[in-house]
Write a protein that binds this ligand. Sequence first.
Ligand SMILES: NC(=O)c1ccc[n+]([C@@H]2O[C@H](COP(=O)([O-])OP(=O)(O)OC[C@H]3O[C@@H](n4cnc5c(N)ncnc54)[C@H](O)[C@@H]3O)[C@@H](O)[C@H]2O)c1
Length: 345
Amino acid sequence: MIIKSKFGNYTVEFKNYFNENKKQKYFYLVDSFFKKKNIKLKETNTIYIKASEKAKSYIHVSTIINKLLKKNIDKNSIIVCIGGGTLQDITSFIAHILFRGISWIFIPTTLLAQSDSCIGSKISINFKGVKNILGGYYPPQKIYINQNFLKSLKEKDLLSGLGEMAHYYYLSDKNKFNFFTKNIHSYFDKKNIELDKMIKKSLKIKQTFIEKDELEKNIRIYLNYGHSFGHAIEAISNFKIPHGIAVCFGLQIANYISFRLGFLSLDQLFTLQKPLKLISKNYNLKKYNELEMIKILKKDKKTINNKIRLILIKNIGKPFIKKFEKDSLLLKYLLDFKKFNLKYN
Ligand SMILES: NC(=O)c1ccc[n+]([C@@H]2O[C@H](COP(=O)([O-])OP(=O)(O)OC[C@H]3O[C@@H](n4cnc5c(N)ncnc54)[C@H](O)[C@@H]3O)[C@@H](O)[C@H]2O)c1
């Protein structure tokens, strides 16, 4: 798969090995989960990082840069990132700013990273507890997807990947949505789930958005469907709810508000919520304070002139932007969402 990018086209290859070029100097930023696993890396050039939202901070990133400089990294070196979306965000940020940009390669090891974050060029780190507000665009040169990595994922991280993947299928068409729903049911019925196809289809859907609008000037904004609420939920939970599960709740709230505004029928709403409820079933939002949610939404990148803007949906594949003139209406919908969920659970 070749992804067209303003920053240089890059490739996604599905293979379980990566060969170093003898003439290049490589540095490895690796998720600490793999420290005791049998991955043969040159230890002197390897830094293990514990994946967490705290690790995605400006201060932590500077300590990693310091370590890389001590190991004599230079402009022609290549950084190889082995890990999930967290390691990706840390690595891409460093690769972008160090020596005004050095090459990097990504070997994604989580479902979320393999099916979504590995393409799209976005880099982001957190600042003062606010998620993803420092960043830019800086894609890797190459991405190698090896699905064997997924075998060791905890269930919560697998479900987080499915939760994040959901929004692509909801933004595509009925066939792809049905394929996604069928696989989610298979997973919960302990039957075979077609992860390989799910990953490839998800990347293909994302590719259509990012190749048309890499810098999020128009249609890419729709990929934020579920994400404004998702980021707020993550923050309120002090990042205890995994990113993809928070997005999955965000999708449920966006769908509910679309229903309240008359864009979805009750039947359509139930069809859309069913797979999402399965994915998020181990978590709940009962303790969440809606006012706090509004406060966080006000800091969202899409909020302009203090007016919250959300991506809602008219049906599968039909997203639109809704600006809320008054916070009070949004607050009412958020409170009603909780009651509605209690009634129909
Ligand atoms: N840059 C982007 O375009 C983009 C897009 C979506 C999400 N993100 C970011 O990605 C982050 C979430 O990424 P994630 O869901 O991949 O989580 P993650 O990278 O935080 O990893 C989740 C957990 O899985 C562990 N892990 C990683 N690989 C494993 C494996 N193969 N086996 C067992 N455990 C493994 C990690 O140690 C961690 O505990 C968030 O910070 C989110 O904001 C970035």
